[in-house]
Design a protein around this ligand. Structure first.
Ligand code: NOJ
Length: 555
């Protein structure tokens, strides 16, 4: 089958299955629940779903710890449910991409269990076991991982060997140097592609190749050793192998989660000639409100910083590769209180403004569940409400280290990934129509107000705004292929840009501040037709708080 570029016309909606819709009253979202909401997604206008992991898993990291790649975690449903989902979604013109988590497995995976049982088992070399220092008293090196603390765990108290885990202890890293591991991954890919899935979001894919010296690295505030375990020497080779031995035979797409990769690295990863990935998720824009990419080191969000980052990626990949566009996912807190405001007065306007800011850039837009109704953070108040392994580990760390502890305690509720993981609010009934029983994590305290039912009943809602911008995106090719041009370069408040092709110029204006901002430069707005705005009335001289407008003119 020919590998086509359908992903360039995709509008992708990310579902976090445990929190989307519960169909069988166990307080846990499931695949039949997703099937029951396909018409809602169709009404929104999306044409592809990215499903966070539904594979069998002990759920230490909510499914990003897979125990069996060929089966479904029973509370999510069965393999037959998955087949039904693929079939029904396809009937409605909606493609399905799955999460591919192959940097690590769960420690409950049969391979890892076999590796632990017998040092001579061929599965031992599926993972990265190393002798500890000081006769096994100390870990093999000083690397630290993504959830805080050492990346090494002793396999058992009597052994002098440790296994590598860049995430939780229950997520041992696979040894991609072993070609058997790569063969297994190829089999997994082909299994799901044969079932009809349309592609993969490749979890932390830039971590799969590690420098093999496993030596100490210069200690860092976070991620000591990252130069050895991110963007490793064989990354491109491995990705190309997956392409040739799996993707090339299907009309599928891949988007790689490329943690801490530069634009230069990304250019290679998505260069179509190299046949590695179709798109990458970079996080430069979601790091514009922190220092050094560490979310606990919060910084004031600045439009200028955002503009710089967006321009770099828009220019950098223009006609060389393809961007992914997103402002939220299951690892990020909600965007509206972060780059906009949750205040009663402007929550709706600022949600729409953020939608406008990123939807008209070049690339494929992703919408995270709930974003389309302007969902806010959860306002956690106690650590007991938090379920996420990352936050729990960080909290434990905060008890040990006073200084880091202060920072963690200050921001943990605001930056916790659980903010994006609480159940989707479908209506104002108890448990928000997500479930008829108490969900696995609490609902948002504002679900009676911010929910899908209210959004559908309000023609002015964020939902209909998304519906409209999706329609506009599909209509004008300039949004897909036009050149990105920054304007109003010096503004601290307005993010504005043009998109230009032979036929059209599109102009997007977004005000990130909660006050009126004068339009000092002449933009000749009267030459343009207004396509959409989040205000009923607009003034050519200024933008209102969080105002957004998109214009179009023929060249
Ligand atoms: C990135 C995923 O998005 C995140 O949720 C997960 O914890 C890590 N990778 C580990 O798989």
């Amino acid at each position: 089958m020919k590998h086509t570029d359908w992903y360039k016309d995709a509008i992708i909606y990310q579902i976090y299955p445990r929190s989307f819709k519960d169909s069988n009253a166990d307080g846990f979202g499931d695949i039949p629940g997703i099937i029951s909401k396909l018409d809602y997604l169709k009404q929104l206008g999306i044409n592809c779903i990215w499903l966070s992991p539904v594979y069998d898993s002990p759920q230490e990291d909510n499914g990003y710890d897979i125990a069996n790649y060929y089966d479904i975690y029973p509370p999510f449903g069965t393999l037959d449910d998955m087949k039904t989902l693929i079939k029904k979604a396809h009937e409605k013109g909606i493609r399905i991409i799955m999460d591919l988590v192959v940097n690590h497995t769960s420690n409950q995976h049969r391979w890892f269990q076999e590796a632990l049982k017998n040092k001579n088992s061929p599965y031992r070399n599926y993972y990265i076991f190393k002798k500890g220092k000081n006769n096994g008293k100390k870990p093999p090196n000083n690397w630290t991982g993504f959830f805080g603390g050492s990346t090494w765990e002793k396999e058992n108290p009597n052994s002098d060997e440790y296994y590598l885990h860049l995430f939780a202890k229950g997520q041992p890293d696979l040894n991609w140097e072993n070609e058997k591991v790569r063969e297994e991954v190829i089999n997994i890919l082909r299994f799901w592609l044969d079932l009809g899935v349309d592609g993969f979001r490749c979890d932390v894919i830039t971590l799969i190749s590690k420098k093999q010296d496993f030596k100490n690295r210069f200690p860092k505030l976070a991620l000591t050793g990252k130069d050895a375990y991110i963007n490793g020497p064989r990354l491109h080779e491995y990705l190309h192998e997956l392409y040739v031995k799996a993707y090339a035979d299907y009309d599928c797409m891949t988007v790689g989660e490329t943690v801490l990769s530069s634009l230069k690295q990304a250019k290679n990863l998505v260069d179509p000639k190299r046949q590695e990935l179709d798109m990458v998720f970079n996080f430069d824009h979601t790091d514009t409100d922190n220092y050094f990419g560490v979310k606990y080191l919060k910084a004031k969000f600045k439009v200028k910083k955002l503009r710089k980052v967006i321009q770099r990626w828009q220019d950098g990949l223009y006609q060389k590769g393809w961007n992914s566009l997103f402002i939220e996912n299951h690892d990020q807190r909600r965007s509206v209180g972060r780059f906009g405001t949750c205040d009663q007065k402007y929550r709706v306007e600022s949600s729409k403004m953020l939608a406008t800011f990123y939807f008209f850039l070049q690339g494929t837009p992703f919408i995270y569940q709930g974003q389309e109704i302007g969902t806010t953070n959860a306002y956690f108040k106690s650590i007991d409400e938090i379920k996420d392994v990352e936050a729990k580990n960080m909290y434990a760390l905060s008890q040990k280290n006073k200084l880091i502890g202060l920072l963690i305690k200050k921001y943990i509720f605001e930056v916790s990934r659980d903010n994006a993981r609480i159940p989707m609010a479908w209506d104002d009934s108890s448990y928000g129509g997500f479930s008829s029983v108490k969900p696995w994590i609490r609902m948002n305290s504002n679900y009676e107000k911010i929910n899908v039912k209210n959004a559908i009943n309000d023609s002015n809602s964020v939902f209909y705004y998304y519906q409209k911008i999706i329609e506009i995106r599909k209509k004008y090719p300039v949004i897909k292929d036009g050149k990105y041009i920054t304007i109003l370069k010096h503004s601290n408040s307005i993010f504005a840009y043009l998109r230009k092709d032979k036929k059209h110029t599109l102009l997007a204006l977004t005000n990130f501040k909660n006050k009126n901002i004068k339009l000092t430069k002449k933009l000749n707005l009267c030459d343009y037709k207004l396509l959409i705005s989040n205000y009923m009335e607009n003034d050519d001289n200024y933008l209102k708080p969080y105002e957004a407008r998109v214009y179009l003119k023929e060249n």
